[in-house]
Design a protein around this ligand. Structure first.
Ligand code: FAD
Ligand code: SF4
Length: 485
């Protein structure tokens, strides 16, 4: 049997044909030289790779380039980026297999997508559920509804600083982590390699055993609470009831199929409500597979899409995760979360970070690069649709029906950040003007011609035309620009 070359995001057993298949792993320091990744991301990836090297018949090669390291006939599962796929194609004696680590196949996606004007998650998700018989009762969705999102948009509980769901047990670091930390310190000190973010205890699984324990804990203790407050934020509770499984799934330590099977089983055994199980399965079978396929389907030029003509560079305070420079309580808290953990949940990514970047006209490609480098679960394939498409609307609506732009009233409803903020979410003009509220109107005004045909924005655009202080708001936001709010 040929040795299987595993990329660092293909570490689980589902990337092998048999448990005894010999493995080649390549560790390349050069990757960290090319761009400034979050320190905790570098730690997680190296720790996972080196832990994997301890299991079974594995050759771990530390090399400058992948091409140098692959010096025998190998097979490899289709990599997750174009650059890696092109490299694999160029190397002699490397046989590439179809992708693994996702639930639906590329052929299924193309069959579904071809001929459609608009690619919408909801349609793909229903197709995937039918095709894989997930949460189905014959031809119908269990419970009679495909989508329980309407039940899953509750604000955070008033008067509580935390959601109160059991936190996952902390990861216990070992000597491999010690070695990784020492290497990263040395690379920074002696090799001029630069990281962003703070170092800290490893928060996410680096081994299959740790990942399985996290999955078990989530399904038993957190999934029952997953649904209703999926979109809510609490300043003192970064995790809420989210699974925190994206780093482990994206490293390939967990097979997404086993993850959704466990969630469905919990529902069918009466251990999780349908809203939680459906909401969670939608994220993985729906969103995760959807954005994976869009990365390939939209082609290499999609990453450079910039329909809103947003060209501003990222300001240094944002690029450097300088949360202390920011007074806006929501943005400061979320940026501190990225700095200290390399992870915040979906709504802070979309509605605090991405929303602000879009309002300020920052370059979508620069924003995508920032997310890729600063998040422990960031990979090129996941950035393209999530950042370029969903968060920055740089594709003009190919994958979402309206831009995810919102003012302070949304953030006030869905979080406890505004209490205690020096700005007021209801105010758009003056010293207390919330930068999100004022920025929202400025964004709509700037893009009114492009957005006026969008029926979902009819009411906000009517509201915009009624503002009697719009010129002053625009001047104020012009002056604020990209400075730290
Ligand atoms: C601007 C932006 C950037 C993002 N960057 C990343 C990223 O770098 N890596 C990443 O894995 N996800 C990314 N996401 C999607 C999502 O925010 C994260 O997957 C999720 O927050 C991870 O936390 P969790 O594991 O607790 O997720 P949960 O809320 O518990 O969801 C369960 C799982 O569903 C999957 N999932 C949910 N939504 C998405 C999505 N939109 N795209 C892909 N997978 C999804 C993940 O595997 C996740 O673990 C991004 C979203 C936005 C809006
Ligand atoms: S008032 Fe505005 S800036 Fe302050 S926390 Fe609320 S939304 Fe954020």
């Amino acid at each position: 049997m040929r040795r299987r070359w595993l990329f660092a995001d293909q570490l689980g057993p589902h990337f092998l044909d048999s448990p005894r298949q010999p493995v080649l792993l390549v560790e390349s320091k050069a990757v960290f030289r090319r761009r400034a990744f979050h320190r905790q991301k570098a730690h997680l990836v190296l720790s996972a790779l080196r832990h994997r090297a301890q299991e079974g018949d594995v050759r771990l090669v530390q090399a400058r380039t992948y091409a140098e390291a692959v010096d025998e006939p190998v097979t490899v599962c289709h990599p997750t980026s174009r650059a890696a796929r092109d490299l694999v194609r160029r190397l002699p004696d490397v046989r590439m297999l179809p992708p693994r680590g996702f639930i639906t196949t590329p052929q299924d996606f193309v069959t579904w997508a071809d001929g459609r004007d608009h690619l919408r998650l909801e349609d793909f998700y229903r197709y995937a559920r039918r095709h894989h018989d997930v949460l189905m009762e014959g031809a119908e969705p269990v419970g009679g509804r495909w989508n329980l999102d309407a039940d899953n948009r509750e604000p955070p509980p008033r008067g509580s600083a935390r959601l109160g769901v059991p936190e996952p047990p902390a990861i216990v670091e070992d000597e491999i982590d010690d070695q990784v930390r020492a290497d990263l310190d040395r690379w920074e000190r002696e090799d001029g390699i630069v990281f962003v973010g703070a170092d800290g205890p490893r928060l996410f699984p680096a081994t299959r055993a740790e990942a399985l324990a996290r999955l078990r804990h989530f399904v038993d203790h957190r999934l029952p609470e997953f649904g209703p407050r999926e979109d809510a934020m609490l300043a003192a509770d970064p995790w809420m009831a989210h699974s925190l499984l994206s780093p482990a799934i994206n490293l390939g330590l967990l097979d997404p199929l086993e993850v959704i099977e466990q969630a469905e089983r919990a529902y069918r055994d009466g251990n999780a409500p349908l809203a939680g199980a459906e909401g969670f399965i939608r994220q993985i079978l729906g969103w995760r597979d959807f954005v994976w396929h869009l990365y390939w389907y939209f082609g290499p030029h999609y990453r450079a899409a910039d329909e809103l003509q947003a060209h501003r560079e990222l300001p240094a305070w944002f690029a450097d995760l300088d949360a202390d420079a920011v007074e806006a309580r929501c943005l400061s808290g979320v940026l501190a979360g990225v700095r200290d953990r390399g992870w915040v949940h979906h709504i802070p990514r979309l509605m605090v970070l991405g929303n602000y970047a879009m309002q300020r006209g920052w370059s979508p490609a620069a924003v995508a690069d920032w997310f890729h480098r600063c998040f422990v679960d960031g990979y090129e394939w996941v950035m393209t649709a999530n950042v370029i498409g969903m968060s920055q609307y740089a594709d003009g609506g190919r994958m979402s029906s309206k831009p995810y732009a919102a003012g302070g009233s949304y953030l006030n409803r869905m979080s406890d950040y505004c209490r205690g903020c020096r700005y007021d979410p209801k105010v758009r003009l003056g010293a207390n003007a919330c930068p999100y509220t004022a920025g929202y109107w400025a964004f709509l005004a700037r893009h009114e011609p492009q957005l006026s045909g969008n029926h979902r924005l009819r009411r906000p655009l009517q509201g915009l035309r009624r503002l009697d202080d719009l010129d002053a708001v625009l001047a104020q936001e012009q002056a604020r620009g990209s400075s730290a709010p």
